[in-house]
Write a protein that binds this ligand. Structure first.
Ligand SMILES: [Zn+2]
Length: 357
C-alpha cells in the first residue's frame, strides 16, 4: 500500500523529535565524521541553503546506525563548503544507535524496531514509528524534488541502487552513484516505498560499511546530487546499466538458527561459509557450495516469491548436508552478520536467466 503523508494526522502534542541545525560551518562540525556524529544531539535535520532557494532536494542517511558512508559524505560536503545549487535537507535519524561505543556498530538501539521498516501504519505504536511519521511530514512540508536514502550493506559489496519504480527519474537518481539497480515491489515498510504517491525516492547502497571505497561512492554521488541542475532526467553513469528485477529474500524459518563457519556448526540450522559475502553480484551455479544445512531444507530456510509461494526447493538444494544453488543465481545483500540474518534476511537473489537490461 502506498503511503501519502498528507493523509496521516500528526499525534497531538507530539514532541519535535528531529533537532534542527541550519548551515553548519566547517568549524562547528569537528575534525572527523566520528566527531561530527558526537556533536549531533539525537535525530537531526540539517538544512544547507542553496543558490536557488525555490527548489529543494532531500537526503536521509544513518537510518541504520552501523552504516556510516552517508554521514561521512555529508561531513565532507560541509567541511569542503561545497555550495549546493538548491536547498538541501539532510535527515539523520539513528544517531543514538550510531553513537553507542565504539561507534557505527549498532543498526538500531536494543529493543527498537528497524527504522527502515517503520514507514507504514500504525505510526503511533512506538518512538521509531513516530520518528518515521515526523520525517514523512517534514518531507511533505518541504516538498523536495526528490529524495535519496543512503545506506551501506553489512557484508562487502559493490554499490547499487534499489527502487520500487522503473522510470527515467528513478534511474537518473541511481546513476548519480552507480550503474546497478535492483527493482523490487516488496513492501517492507521501507522509506523508498513512499515514492509512488509522494516524490521520486531511491535507496542507495554505497557498498559495504567496512569497504574503503564506500565513503568515496557516497561523497561523489552526493556532490553530483546537490550541485547538478537536473538530477531526474540524465544518465550519469558511463557504464552499461544493469537491472535486477524482483529479487527474493532468503530467510530463516521460525525456530532455526544461523552461524558462519567452514563446517556444520549445529543441528536444525544453517551454517554459511565465512566468505559467502564475496558472491555479492557474482553468479553462483550448482557447483558453488554456500554452506551447510542440518535437517530438511524447507524446515530451515524459506524463499517466497512475490505471491507468497514457498520456492526454496526451486532455487536451492542440499547434497550430503551441503547447501548449493539448484540453478544459476545472482546473490546480493549477502550479510555476514548473524543478527541481521535472523532479524531480516540472509541475502537476496534472482535467477540469472531473468532479463538484466
Ligand atoms: Zn541500511
Amino acid at each position: 500500500m502506498a503511503i501519502n503523508p498528507a493523509h496521516i494526522p500528526l499525534p497531538t502534542g507530539a514532541a519535535k523529535r528531529f533537532h534542527y541545525w541550519e548551515n553548519p560551518t566547517p568549524a562547528e562540525i569537528g575534525a572527523t565524521s566520528a566527531e561530527f556524529l558526537q556533536l549531533l544531539p539525537g535525530p537531526t535535520h540539517i538544512y544547507i541553503a542553496g543558490k536557488n532557494p525555490r527548489r529543494a532536494r532531500a537526503i536521509v542517511t544513518l537510518s541504520h546506525g552501523n552504516e556510516p558512508s552517508g554521514l561521512q559524505a555529508i561531513f565532507e560536503v560541509l567541511k569542503r563548503q561545497i555550495a549546493p545549487l538548491v536547498d538541501i535537507h539532510c535527515f539523520i535519524p539513528s544517531v543514538d544507535a550510531a553513537k553507542q561505543a565504539p561507534g557505527f556498530i549498532y543498526r538500531t538501539l536494543p529493543h527498537h524496531r528497524d527504522f527502515n521498516r517503520c514507514f507504514k501504519p500504525p505510526f503511533d505504536s512506538d518512538e521509531q514509528g513516530l520518528l518515521a511519521l515526523e520525517l514523512l511530514q517534514s518531507l511533505q512540508a518541504i516538498a523536495p524534488e526528490c529524495l535519496i536514502d543512503i545506506h551501506n550493506t553489512s557484508g562487502s559489496s559493490p554499490p547499487f541502487g534499489v527502487t520500487s519504480f522503473m522510470d527515467d527519474r528513478h534511474n537518473a537518481l541511481v546513476t548519480l552513484f552507480t550503474h546497478r539497480t535492483i527493482v523490487t515491489d516488496l513492501q517492507l515498510g521501507s522509506l523508498m516505498e513512499i515514492s509512488e504517491s509522494f516524490l521520486p525516492t531511491v535507496t542507495i547502497e554505497c557498498g559495504g560499511a567496512l569497504d574503503t571505497e564506500s565513503a568515496n561512492v557516497a561523497f561523489e554521488g552526493l556532490q553530483r546530487y546537490i550541485t547538478l541542475d537536473n538530477v531526474l532526467s540524465g544518465g550519469y553513469s558511463d557504464l552499461l546499466l544493469e537491472f535486477f528485477h524482483n529479487p527474493m529474500r532468503m530467510e530463516l524459518q521460525e525456530g532455526s538458527d544461523i552461524a558462519f563457519g567452514d563446517h556444520c556448526l549445529f543441528e536444525g540450522g544453517v551454517t554459511l561459509l565465512p566468505d559467502v559475502e564475496n558472491h555479492n553480484f557474482g553468479t553462483v551455479d550448482a557447483s558453488c557450495q554456500l554452506g551447510f544445512v542440518s535437517g530438511e531444507l524447507a524446515a530451515v530456510l524459506s524463499a517466497k516469491d512475490a505471491q507468497g509461494n514457498e520456492r526454496i526447493g526451486d532455487y536451492f538444494e542440499v547434497r550430503d548436508g551441503a547447501l548449493f544453488p539448484a540453478c544459476l543465481l545472482k546473490l546480493f545483500m549477502v550479510t555476514n552478520n548473524p543478527e541481521i540474518a535472523r532479524k531480516d534476511c540472509l541475502f537476496y537473489f534472482v535467477a540469472d536467466d531473468l532479463p538484466t537490461s
